[in-house]
Ligand binder design. Structure first.
Ligand code: PEP
Ligand code: MG
Length: 577
């Protein structure tokens, strides 16, 4: 029977293959019993823990080789769980004191940990529940003598259907066999989803318990880009998906050819394509997608998912990591942008009735010099490890920029006086997110080293349309003439002062906006890593003269739909971007 399942597209791509249904050992619920020899039972448990350690060390090593040290860190965490006295010693104690069987003791103790962690608000703690499930499942398999049988029955070609995949399951997938996977649970940011993207395996997560009705061996087609799986598709659907898959694979292969190329127009003009990152693991992805720079590091993510502020040392290590990994390529690090939709509960900030118009980002930093100075010191100390540029967010008036820069200079002087090395000539720029700053860009251009246009906010403030409110989404128009005029104003003001202008809002990766922005003279485009290669290919197809034609035409039209239609017709043959 034909069935459709919908989930979250966690890693893009298409797959067509028979379903392999995989039931995890975690679903096994042991019976409670009493043992005669308590000491022998404790030793049996300890042996299973030791075998799990051997497994994990091997997985850690192979993951490091296949995916890099940052991905292998998950398994360092798993190894630490094996040392956790609250878990492991507590189970040993329980076995010794009560004579309960090791399987049941493991199940009870790990489940109580998992339940407690799953109820936490903190995402990191919830992730830890996943790790404990993974590790306790591994110990359980060794206790039951079924370790190693896990995925061994997998046919040569399949789509894996599972309730859940732990990070270690994902790392161990045999990519010669698995064409894709779909799970009942999970989110886009779960570790298995992140690993699927790194492994480049199509993956859908969070598709629900309905998946249990798929019979083993059923032919399925999955379009992980759309988050859809069809079981037993009709003949015409199968043909359509085969064609779609061929086109997708061809496109992917074509785009891969652009990875190590410079970003040039067809007549040789260069623009810079950079990546936006939020977490340290995003740097590798940026490089894998041919990023020439990091155009925006949203540092607030370093402050989230925890219960206290990151220390200067932690921040220094993070910034140093990114700078070193980018190996001399530009890295624009934005100072803390908290407020609006990004909250830090542990700061206990007063509730505001209009948080997007409230004490956000630099406004908060200027009010809380303790926060700001710690971050600036960490940045300055890390500066000698690469090509750092510092950027301040949410500036409306010149005084804010000057005050931020004064504090930065002061911290630099202090560090130098302490004998700490700081890089020479660090560029200091600002985001253009507030219409007031765009309109007075000529005043700012005299003070800054660069601008980066944050269209996500600039559009919402220009159109007075909340970026998160679906009911006013029709007003949220990147290519509205008002927005395009502001962008032009900013670029012209910067050019007059010989300063460069980038863009790090979503608009920078939008295929219908890129040709116009090129024509307006934008120097740097910073976007999510996955948008870089399509952008490089688009830019390379057009000449500099054509860029100018797009901006001229766009600036003469009055409606966004007409502007977008014009660009599509002249770049994509009228196809939606
Ligand atoms: C922007 O506003 O365009 C931007 C890049 O910042 P954020 O999305 O983090 O607000
Ligand atoms: Mg913003």
């Amino acid at each position: 029977m034909r069935q459709t399942f919908k989930g979250i597209g966690a890693s893009p791509g298409l797959a067509i293959a028979p379903a392999f249904i995989w039931k995890t050992e975690e679903a096994y619920i042991p019976q409670e019993s009493r043992v005669e020899d308590r000491e022998a039972e404790a030793s049996r448990f300890q042996a299973a823990v030791d075998q799990a350690r051997v497994d994990l060390e091997a997985i850690r090593k192979s993951t490091e080789e296949k995916l890099g040290a940052d991905k292998a860190e998950i398994f360092e965490g798993h190894l630490l769980i094996l040392e956790d006295p609250d878990l492991i010693d507590a189970i040993l104690e329980n076995v010794r004191e009560t004579g309960i069987n090791a399987e049941f003791a493991l199940h009870e103790t790990s489940q109580s940990f998992i339940r407690m962690l799953e109820e936490m608000d903190d995402e990191l703690l919830r992730e830890r529940a996943v790790d404990i499930k993974d590790v306790s499942g591994r110990i359980m398999r060794h206790l039951r003598g079924v370790a190693g049988s896990d995925l061994s029955a997998m046919p040569d070609e399949c789509v894996l259907v599972a309730e859940d995949l732990t990070p270690s399951d994902t790392a161990q997938l045999d990519l010669n066999k698995v064409r894709g996977f779909i799970t009942e649970v999970g989110s886009r940011t779960s570790h298995s989803a992140i690993m699927a993207r790194s492994l480049d395996v199509p993956a859908i997560v969070g598709a629900g318990v309905g998946l249990r009705s798929i019979q083993p061996g059923t032919l399925v087609v999955m379009d992980a880009t759309e988050g859809v799986l069809l079981a037993e598709p009709a003949a015409e659907e199968l043909t359509a998906y085969r064609e779609k898959k061929t086109a997708y694979d061809r496109r992917k292969a074509e785009l891969a050819l652009w990875k190590d190329k410079e970003t040039l127009s067809s007549d040789g003009r260069h623009v810079e394509l950079a990546a936006n990152i939020g977490k340290l693991e995003d740097v590798q992805k940026a490089l894998d997608n041919g990023a020439e720079a990091i155009g925006l590091f949203r540092t607030e993510f370093l402050y989230m998912g925890r219960t206290e502020l990151p220390t200067e040392e932690e921040q220094y290590n993070s910034y140093k990591f990114v700078l070193e990994k980018m190996d001399g390529k530009p890295v624009v690090i934005r100072t803390l942008d908290i407020g609006g939709d990004k909250e830090l509960p542990y700061l206990n900030l007063p509730k505001e009735s209009n948080p997007f118009l409230g004490q956000r980002a630099l406004r908060l930093c200027l009010e809380r010099p303790d926060l700001f100075r710690t971050q600036l010191r960490a940045l300055l100390r890390a500066s000698r490890y690469g090509n750092l540029k510092i950027m301040f967010p949410m500036i409306a008036i010149v005084e804010e920029f000057l005050e931020a820069k004064r504090i930065l200079e002061e911290e630099k002087r202090k560090l130098l006086a302490e004998g700490v090395e700081v890089a020479e000539g660090i560029e200091v720029g600002m985001m253009i997110e507030v219409p007031a700053a765009a309109v007075s860009a000529d005043l700012f251009a005299k003070e800054v080293d660069f601008f980066s246009i944050g269209t996500n906010d600039l559009i919402q403030y220009t159109m007075a349309a909340d970026r998160m409110n679906e009911t006013v989404a029709y007003l949220y128009q990147p290519c509205h003439p008002s927005v395009l005029r502001l962008i032009r104003m900013v670029i012209e003001a910067a050019n007059r002062e010989g300063k460069w202008v980038g863009m790090c809002g979503e608009m920078a990766g939008d295929q219908t906006a890129i040709p116009i922005l090129l024509g307006l003279g934008l120097h740097e485009f910073s976007m999510s890593a996955g948008s870089i290669l399509p952008a490089r290919e688009l830019i390379g197809r057009l000449s500099h003269e054509e860029w100018r034609g797009f901006s001229r035409e766009a600036m003469s039209l009055t409606r966004q739909d007409a502007i977008q239609q014009y660009v599509r017709e002249h770049t994509l043959g009228g196809q939606p971007a």
